[in-house]
Design a protein around this ligand. Structure first.
Ligand code: NAP
Ligand code: HSE
Length: 463
């Protein structure tokens, strides 16, 4: 067997702890797959007094990042501390010191992918990041390697395990939003700052990475229209259910509206059971891609509606293959460690270095795609208002929608409680297709009505 591949683990929390465990508990298996031992040389943490996996030798635990990065017995630095400041320095310093890098840090890649990958190319080193998107689901390899013969035309994905866990717990167990979030945190799914999970940022970071691999675009945060699950009330989940829908936080990329409609229709018709045909739009090399993250109402029968808990799922449409689906645990200690260790094995074998060099990710070369402004994306919408129960209210709202050429598909209003309280009542409107920009204009006017007592809540419809 060849010389060991020496690893410095920077960060040994939820994910890092899992990685250390796999490397130490399954050392023989890992060595066989990598055709050489993978040796854990250093484990860098913030607080060395915290209890760690008993398999980790005490004498390799340190707080000294620099000495780990410059250790000559280390060939790979695994960055698992998170965030975009210290982590960025760790990654750039590691590359400058001639080490390969493995990271699960999607925020860092979405923010500074160009800089990080340029530094890697300059240093002739490799950056691996399978764990950065969809945790234990090997979607980076699927897109970058297995689907290499395709031009991807659309992606629809559940990319944030925490949000999906919260929505499932609210819908199925009747948990409140805050207790579901607390449970997700306890289970190690959430980011150190869980706002990133629930406001859609984490899913947007992951979508930016998928968009780079699939379309060669380096999307800036403002180019990804983003809405999180933090505006969803238990009553929205109930109304959606009543209408035959489940609410999911979806990250989506569409190369054209035609591709989107063809593929959505195709999925609903086939329900994933039959092979799908190539949409004609996919063959015409579209020039732009729309990227957005938002709660979407999916029919109960939709494949993605059935993805529960912290699971992620990624539907990818390729112009050669048609529709493919990748699904599995999207967050948590061991699923994420599974992807990190796979990257280490690929580096050990020498595969990762070749793939990295060929892919030229985040280079200036692009592939002719631009990011489409989110206002032009068209959708059907679910709109939930709290309105005064009196004559003329509905007429005011429908007039505003009509002024923006938005037509109504269905409407739900339950009879008000006869308690004489005059409390506002929920009114739910589902629209036909409308441009996001015009819908938002209508919302602004509706929110100014004196008869609406809280800002309108809206989500797009998946069909
Ligand atoms: P975590 O549990 O908070 O662990 C962070 C680790 O980094 C801890 O060991 C901490 O040390 C160490 N650390 C933080 N700041 C440090 C510093 N300045 N110097 C040295 N060590 C420092 O985080 P995590 O959940 O494992 O996430 C790590 C990364 O993986 C993040 O980028 C996250 O987005 C990504 N990720 C997480 C998941 C998941 O399910 N959790 C899934 C996919 C990707 P102490 O232990 O001493 O506090
Ligand atoms: N906080 C992230 C999530 C971890 O919940 O999906 C996996 O990237």
């Amino acid at each position: 067997m060849s010389e060991p591949l020496g690893v410095a683990l920077i960060g040994c929390g939820t994910v890092g702890g899992g990685v250390a465990h796999v490397l130490l508990a399954h050392a023989e298996r890992v060595a066989q797959r990598a055709a050489r031992p993978i040796a854990l040389r250093r484990v860098v943490v913030r607080d060395p007094s915290k209890p760690r996996d008993p398999l980790i030798p005490r004498d390799i635990i340190t707080t000294d990042i620099s000495s780990a990065l410059h250790d000559s017995s280390v060939q790979v630095v695994v960055e698992l501390i998170g965030g975009t400041t210290v982590a960025k320095k760790v990654v750039l310093d590691a590359l400058a010191a001639g080490k390969h890098v493995v990271t699960a840090n999607k925020a860092l890649l979405a923010d500074s992918g160009s800089e990080v990958f340029e530094a890697a190319r300059k240093a002739e080193r490799t950056v691996c990041f399978e764990a950065a998107v969809a945790g234990g689901v090997p979607v980076i390899r699927a897109l970058g390697e297995s689907l290499a013969a395709n031009q991807v035309t659309a992606i629809q994905a559940i990319l944030n395990g925490t949000s999906n866990f919260i929505l499932t717990a609210m819908a199925e167990r009747g948990l409140s939003y805050s207790s579901a979030l607390a449970e997700a945190q306890k289970l190690g799914y959430a980011e150190a700052d869980p706002t990133l999970d629930v406001d859609g940022s984490d899913a947007a970071h992951k979508l930016a990475i998928l968009a780079q691999i699939s379309f060669g675009v380096a999307a800036k945060p403002h180019e990804i229209a983003r809405q999180g699950i933090d505006t969803i009330d238990a009553m929205d989940i109930r109304f959606a259910n009543e209408l035959g829908y489940t609410i999911k936080l979806l990250a989506e990329a569409w190369t054209s509206e035609e591709a989107r409609n063809a593929e959505r229709g195709m999925r609903n018709k086939n329900n994933g059971q039959e092979p799908s045909s190539v949409p004609s739009s996919a063959l015409r090399a579209p020039r732009s891609v729309a990227l957005h993250v938002a709660p979407v109402l999916l029919r109960h029968t939709d494949l993605l509606a059935q993805v529960r808990g912290a699971y992620n799922a990624v539907l990818v449409y390729g112009d050669v293959v048609g529709e493919t689906l990748y699904q599995g645990p999207g967050a948590g200690r061991m699923p994420t460690a599974s992807s990190v260790v796979a990257d280490l094995i690929d580096l050990g074998v020498g595969r990762a270095q070749r793939t990295f060099a060929a892919a030229r990710l985040w280079s200036r070369e692009g592939r002719g795609f631009t990011v489409e402004p989110p206002e032009r994306v068209r959708s059907r919408f679910y709109l939930r208002l709290l309105v005064a129960d009196k004559p003329g209210v509905l007429a005011d709202i429908t007039r505003i929608l009509a002024d923006e050429e938005i037509s109504i598909s269905s409407l739900v209003q339950h009879e008000a409680q006869e308690d004489g309280s005059g409390a506002p009542v929920p009114l739910v409107i589902v629209t036909h297709y409308a441009a996001t920009g015009r819908f938002r204009k209508a919302l602004e006017k509706i929110n100014r009505l004196t008869t609406t007592s809280a800002p309108a809540v809206f989500f797009s419809m998946g069909d």
